[in-house]
Each structure stands twice: as C-alpha cells, then as structure tokens.
Design a binder for this molecule. Structure first.
Ligand SMILES: [Zn+2]
Length: 422
C-alpha cells in the first residue's frame, strides 16, 4: 500500500495514525486530506492583505466558503478506509490561522464575527469544476449549480455514513488542488442630493441602449463622483424620473447614488462641497445641490415612498382655436379626479390599464393667440402630457376636453417634487 500524502497542517489535525498506515515522509503535490485547502494559508494571507490595501475601514470579517461535498467525502474516506480521525475539519483550522494572522497583521483594525462589519472578505473555494460533479455522482447527490447550495453538510454526512468501506476504496479522490478566489464586500457609501436638469437632450438615467442620448444625469454625476471617490460600481435611485425632453426645475429632484465598495468610508463636508462644485462647474446642463452622506433609511424612502409624492409641472401648450381668458374659466378650481388608460406611446411595453389620479392647482398664463402656459400639480404617476392632449380620449377629463379644442403640448418641465426632503 502506498503512503498517504498529507500536508504538515493536516498531520497536526490527525488524532492518531494507525500502525498499518504510513505517511509520505515529504509532502508533495496535493494533500489527500485537505486537497490543499491548508497548504495555501500563507498565499491567502498575502492576497488578503493586498486586497484590503488602501481601503478605509475599522471592522472586518473573514469568511471561508468551500464545497462541503469534497471536504465531507475526504473526511469519511479517511475514517472508513484508513481509520484516521481528525481533531477538527481542515476548514476550521484554516479559519483559525487566517483570523490569528490577520489580528497580527492588522493591529489597528477590529476583527468581528457578526454581520455588521465594514468589510467582509470571503475566501471562496467553491469550485465550479468537473471534480465537484464526480463527487456528486459518487454520493448520488445532484451537484447542479442551482442545487449545490441547498445540500447541507448534515445531509452529506448522512449519505457518507451509509456507504461502506468498499465503496470508498473504489472511489478515486481528486489529484487536483482546490483553488481559491476572493469575494470582497465593503459597506456602500450613500450620497444623497437634489438635481436639476436644464437640458432636453440628456436623459434621467442610463437606458440600456434603447435610446441614443449622449448623456444622462446619472452618468454625468456618477462619472464626476468617481473622479473623487474610488469605488466599484454604483446604483442611481431617484424620487421618480422625468422624460428626456422634460426639464427638472425648482428645488430639484431628490436622488441617491450608492457607491459600491468605496475606498473611503468617511468624507468631510468640504470634500463633498468640492465634488458638488466640480459637477456644477463643468456641466451647465445639470445642477446638484445638498450633496451629503445619507443613511440607509433615506435610501429606502427614496426607493419606496418616492412615487407617492405630488409633482408640479409647467407646460407650454398650443391650441387649435384662439382662446380668450373667458374660455379658460371653465377649467375647474381645486382638486379633480381623472381616469387615464395607459398612454398609446407606452402601450407596447406596459399593460393596458385604467388608473385614477388627482390633479389640482391648475392655472393658465396666456402668451399669445394659440399659445399659453399651463401650470398644474398632480399626483405621482400621472401622465401629464396625456392629460393635456387627451391621448385620443384615453385620458378623461383632459385639458383639451375642457377647452373644446385640439391642444398640443410642446414643452414640459417639472417645477417641483413635493417631498419633505426638498
Ligand atoms: Zn492537508
């Protein structure tokens, strides 16, 4: 019988070597027991320290992810075939090594084991590799990617326990070393602000290639922020949105830019003021105000309740008939209720539904014959363009309907988003 090739770490883990077993005097290649999970400890530490370099953080957590099927199979293989038992699984020893060495190497940081760390680094051994499938076939468990995480260690142990010594003797364990990768998570930084948009050529956000606008509010702000604050991807969320040809005026629309894995955790007011000045100084088509760090509750609020807020608009309208002051007296004062079927222009991508919305504070300013400015405040989710021109009767009542003439909306601007944060 050939000697068992196990690494020096695993030698320490073994409770007792039976007399009939010989260990290879010098470890080489792949450890029969830990499949080189433990032999890579020093490399892992070095890579870990490199990956956190430059990041600002106070607390950190280290996790290890492996495919339990390999560890469990090897554990039982050693028990059933060689009668070798371990003091603890190799993964536990690796975790202890990593924790102890990082304590030494990062003396001014606090290592935590709870979920609330500034940085979480996962050493990931979860190989997507034919060997995993082969182990699955041996134990007759489905190792398809989707099912893999649902198989508990306890279940695997149960399956292994049922197999006898001969089953394990016939199994050929892998001769390939496990390889690791890192998953790195750092708490996001949430930048809150209000934005104004003064151009009808830039859109609200990046639009997955459907429109061909050159630029968007999201892109302009995110690109500038990235010049000041290094991070790894962002999410842009705002309190509703406006169409590309609509200006956003007044106090601006509240929004949040979530910066993922930012290098810095804290920034001064002065630093933020600099970013704000840089955006506003270089992009006349938008304006950012009140740039600040916000908490998760603000972010949640923007995401959820934002769509419930009233908005005020200004529309420039052309009417087929020349209208006088008296013609406009028919427009109701106070709040009215309207019914809107899904607009024709978005019908191809949204279900055809009727919705009820309210409109209030309607006011008109005549500019010249055929032309007037229409001011109104609407419930969030109202299709304003359609309320003006009636969308072939799909919105009722409508401005055109009240005035008894064809109306065309030529310009639309958001004057205000009515939120407690503006
Ligand atoms: Zn080993």
């Amino acid at each position: 019988m050939s000697a068992l090739n196990i690494c020096n770490h695993c030698k320490i883990l073994v409770k007792k070597i039976p007399e009939n077993i010989t260990l290879a005097s010098e470890f080489q290649g792949v450890c029969n027991l830990c499949v080189n999970l433990l032999t890579q400890t020093d490399t892992i530490i070095q890579s870990l320290l490199n990956s956190v370099k430059g990041y600002e953080f106070n607390t950190y957590r280290i996790d290890i992810q492996e495919v339990p099927i390999i560890a469990t199979t090897h554990l039982f293989l050693f028990e059933k075939v060689h009668d070798i038992y371990l003091k603890k699984p190799p993964r536990d020893l690796l975790r202890e090594h990593l924790r102890a060495q990082l304590e030494d190497q990062l003396p001014d940081k606090e290592q935590v084991i709870h979920s609330n760390a500034d940085i979480v680094i996962t050493v990931d051994f979860s190989v997507d590799h034919p060997i995993v499938k082969r182990y699955g076939n041996f134990l007759k468990v489905n190792m398809a990617k989707r099912k893999r995480n649902k198989i508990s260690r306890e279940n695997l142990e149960k399956v292994c326990r049922k197999k006898n010594r001969d089953n394990f003797i016939s199994f050929k364990p892998t001769t390939e070393s496990l390889t690791f990768d890192f998953r790195f998570w750092k708490r996001s930084m949430l930048l809150g602000f209000n934005y104004n948009k003064y151009s009808r050529k830039i859109s609200h956000s990046n639009s997955f290639g459907k429109l061909h606008e050159d630029n968007s509010v999201e892109e302009i702000i995110a690109n500038k922020v990235a010049e000041h604050l290094k991070h790894d991807g962002h999410v842009f969320v705002s309190c509703g949105r406006e169409d590309i040809d609509v200006l956003m005026l007044g106090n601006g629309r509240p929004a949040v830019l979530e910066l993922k894995s930012p290098l810095l955790s804290t920034v001064s007011e002065e630093f933020l003021q600099n970013i704000e000045n840089d955006i506003n100084g270089n992009h006349k088509e938008i304006k950012v105000t009140k740039l600040r760090i916000v908490g998760p509750s603000h972010y949640k609020w923007i995401k959820s309740e934002a769509e419930l807020k009233d908005k005020s608009y200004r529309c420039v309208v052309w009417s087929e008939k020349i209208l006088t002051k008296e013609d406009f007296s028919i427009i109701p004062q106070g709040q009215i209720e309207i019914k809107q079927w899904t607009p024709l222009r978005v019908l191809h991508r949204r279900p055809n539904l009727e919705r009820t919305r309210y409109i209030k504070n309607m006011r008109v300013e005549i500019i010249q014959p055929h032309w007037f400015v229409f001011y109104l405040t609407t419930q969030a989710g109202t299709y304003v363009k359609e309320f003006c021109h009636s969308d072939r009767g799909r919105t009722s009542p409508s401005l055109g309907g009240y005035l008894g003439t064809k109306t065309v909306i030529t310009q639309l601007d958001v004057m205000n988003v009515h939120t407690k944060y503006t």
